[in-house]
Write a protein that binds this ligand. Structure first.
Ligand SMILES: [Zn+2]
Length: 320
């Protein structure tokens, strides 16, 4: 079990944002302390998590952007999340490469979330230590433990106790950010399908509309990424924190724990993942591997290298 930064830093920053949106902007990087990465397949990775998206919803409800990424990219529709299959524990695993018994985030309520900031290495902290710019856009208030100051050049999340933003709202903010910034690691969380699943049932018509809303927002996000990074100059991973059935999730039911895992864009080898056994803890290692960064050896997850082209070998330095 890892330790958490408790009182001072978390309370002074998070507590002030209890009733308003929570924006975090870190100090500029200390370029003297940066560890240079190895050659990388890409310099830019966009990681999108669609909350509560079941893989079988993509075709069922005609999510056209996701269908395009699947047809052009490399994907698994039988990847697995952790137990409990709930939002904050699962996203912590997705972004830290660790199972809950290692990362210790077992709660999924904003009351606990407002008190703590995770103190262990995350995708954001490791990437930033290697000189990469990081940004995260969360659509629910409970993510504040992952907005650790110093690990994200920019992040935002709704405030209040039950704050939630639509996919359109969040992606609108990301698009505005991309007009002035090109973060190397850009995490975007979209919440609509989960909200509709809890309200009207997973795979209901309302859930289907929410899936299409998130899908349309993803399409807009990719259009902005094309402009910001240049078409073909960034890699994308789209996944989910959990699925769901009836009006909830959190159990080991296959409908709760099966998630999509789709890689698309720069460096991706199309159609390569049919037999791969992918877990959500493999996501952070994959992003770092793409960026040429060695992820912490103690992490439970491993990079899904089968989804990508072979990385170019380091060229030997030329002596004068
Ligand atoms: Zn969730």
């Amino acid at each position: 079990m890892r330790m958490f930064l408790g009182a001072v830093a978390a309370v002074s920053i998070v507590g002030a944002a209890a009733c308003s949106p929570h924006y975090v902007r870190s100090r500029p990087l200390d370029l003297g302390r940066i560890v240079a990465p190895a050659p990388s397949l890409t310099r830019n990775v966009l990681l999108v998590s669609i909350d509560g998206l079941r893989p079988d919803a993509i075709d069922r409800f005609g999510a056209a952007t996701l269908q395009r990424l699947i047809s052009e990219g490399s994907y698994s529709l039988s990847a697995r999340t952790i137990m409990p299959s709930t939002t904050l524990p699962s996203h912590t695993s997705m972004l830290s490469g660790e199972r809950p018994d290692e990362h210790g985030v077992s709660w999924n309520n904003v009351t606990s979330a407002k008190r703590d900031v995770v103190a262990f290495p995350t995708l954001f902290s490791v990437a930033r230590e290697h000189g990469y710019e990081t940004a995260a856009f969360f659509s629910k208030a409970k993510f504040s433990p992952l907005q650790r100051p110093g690990t994200l050049d920019y992040s935002q999340a709704p405030g209040g106790w039950f704050g939630k933003w639509s996919s359109g709202r969040t992606v609108g903010d990301v698009r505005a950010h991309l007009e002035a910034h090109t973060p190397n690691v850009l995490f975007v969380h979209l919440s609509d399908p989960d909200s509709a699943g809890h309200g009207s049932g997973w795979m209901s018509e309302a859930y289907g509309r929410a899936v299409r809303d998130a899908d349309a927002a993803l399409g807009q996000l990719l259009a902005s990424a094309d402009t910001a990074y240049g078409a073909g100059n960034y890699s994308v991973i789209v996944t989910a924190d959990h699925g769901g059935h009836e009006y909830g999730h959190g159990t080991a039911d296959p409908r709760d724990v099966t998630i999509p895992w789709i890689a698309w864009g720069r460096g991706v080898q199309a159609g390569a993942l049919h037999d791969e056994d992918i877990e959500t803890i493999d996501t952070a290692p994959t992003v770092l591997w793409l960026l040429g960064v060695q992820y912490p050896s103690e992490w439970d997850g491993d990079a899904v290298t089968a989804a990508f082209e072979e990385r170019r070998e380091l060229q030997p330095a030329v002596a004068d």
